[in-house]
Design a protein around this ligand. Sequence first.
Ligand code: MRU
Length: 363
Amino acid sequence: MLVDGKQMRPIWLDGDGRTVKVIDQRRLPHELVILDLTTVEQVIEAIVEMVVRGAPLIGVTGAYGVLIALTRAGNEADFAEACRCIAAARPTAVNLAWAVARVSAAVQGAPSPGERLAAARREAEAIDAEEVTRCRLIGEHGAGLITTISQAKKGAPVNILTHCNAGWLACVAWGTATAPIYVAHEQGIDLHVWVDETRPLNQGARLTAWELGKAGIPHTVITDNAGGHLMQHGRVDLVIVGTDRTTRTGDVANKIGTYLKALAARDNGIPFYVALPASTFDWERRDGLREIPIEERSADEVRFVQGLAGHEVTRVLVPPAASPTANPAFDVTPARLVTGLITERGVCAATEEAILRLYPEKK
Ligand code: MRU
């Protein structure tokens, strides 16, 4: 994606094929820092600490992580253990385990170490490229929804609310929730994005706002609690969010707070769409509330807030030091609250029947 006239992506494989370069997303928007990942431990730490985050991106990182594991592992058992640990680094986004399994499988049967390496690299690069294509297609399908609203409003700005960061930083390119926004903007549709700050780590305020600003897309950062009020006053036309795991029946796990936005949207008759590539469907699960593992993250993410003080990025404590805190990182929005899913194969209802019409091979 173009940032200040320079093409950028959140991850790439260096020429030597043994170093993964990533943007350190913990430091944005105030500092743009690139890190090198050359060991399995570094890959795992980057995923756990959210140097890289967002479902498709952690999948792609896991895929390149398997390649790194292969360059490092002494024997088959070490390699299998490294893959297991990478896949377990974050539990909610299904993309991670899916991508690790896919690259590990591609390596099986390759007759020599050199061919194993080549197979891993081929597969990881294929996943990376596929995610870019899928996201662009999500954008093309989803832009139609924005155009329809724009026409109904006779060209007045379409107000879209989004939660967390489901943009190119989370996905390699285009993003999922932001892809229809980028495509509609390219097509000249007048639009404006309400960006939920997304406590505790502020992926909306830090990352989505940065992305949209760099793309010249009008946006306003709001507190997580402002969405319902804006909806009640007709200031939101459409909600589009991403997802970390969506069941075959259309239940959606996404960043904590998504469910509350879906409830408010339903109460106000506002369409609530979820954008996702095929890699984010969990075809094995049917009941999101009971079956999707919800990551519980460090209490410190709730206790401290990070920001720029003068010229330095710093962290400050918010609640009383002795107060206990809890940090469930995702919630599940039941399919009944989802107006539709925007996928690379088109837009469908959040029902098993409609999903399987788009993905008949999963019947
Ligand atoms: O904890 P994060 O920042 O990895 O959570 C990310 C989200 O919840 C995104 O909405 C989701 O991964 C979709 S990314 C296209």
